[in-house]
Design a protein around this ligand. Sequence first.
Ligand code: 5GP
Ligand code: ZN
Length: 115
Amino acid sequence: MSATDTCLFCRIVRREIPATIVWENAHALAFRDIKPESPTHLLVVPKRHVGSLNDATDAQLLGELLLAAREIAEGEGIAQSGYRTVVNTGRDAGQTVFHLHVHVLGGRHMKWPPG
Ligand code: 5GP
Ligand code: ZN
């Protein structure tokens, strides 16, 4: 059994687990977070399994994820009001799903620094 068989986000990419998918292209998929922390909260993931930013080697793919985040923010109508993109990497950052994802959060004012 490989990591991708059981990986939650790989399973969403394969449509084995339901999710509210809002955007996709050949390399990435975006869907709504199941436990939103802001009025708009989406996750952008590569379709190919990458465990975390620590495992990422494909600069083009990383760029595509960020450009996707911007496009999604535009589609959600939060590009002008503002939004936060977050990549939690590893234990101290609070990463809970080990398939690389970019959070796109918006629709409310956010504080800095994050907790
Ligand atoms: P992390 O803590 O790893 O940065 O973020 C993982 C995110 O995935 C969390 O915000 C969590 O709410 C979300 N999440 C966990 N399980 C599911 C699920 O089954 N479906 C969706 N749509 N989001 C999930
Ligand atoms: Zn995966």
